[in-house]
Design a protein around this ligand. Structure first.
Ligand code: ZN
Length: 61
């Protein structure tokens, strides 16, 4: 399991709404609280693509 550099995270924002992203290490994802969606992290690389965003309602109804 690899971890994202938390200094890098300060530089990242949601590609869809430019909102702040919250890193959930245990779930390996970046959550956009504004958009109610998250972006997966693959091998320590955040996948910040609008078409890869997943709705939070999928696993948190
Ligand atoms: Zn967003």
């Amino acid at each position: 399991m690899s971890f994202v550099d938390e200094k890098l995270l300060d530089l990242l924002s949601c590609p869809r709404c430019k909102g702040e992203l919250i890193y959930e290490r245990e779930k390996a994802r970046l959550v956009c609280s504004k958009g109610r969606l998250f972006y997966p992290i693959n091998d320590g690389i955040p996948v910040l693509l609008v078409d890869r965003a997943v709705s939070l309602t999928v696993d948190e109804p």
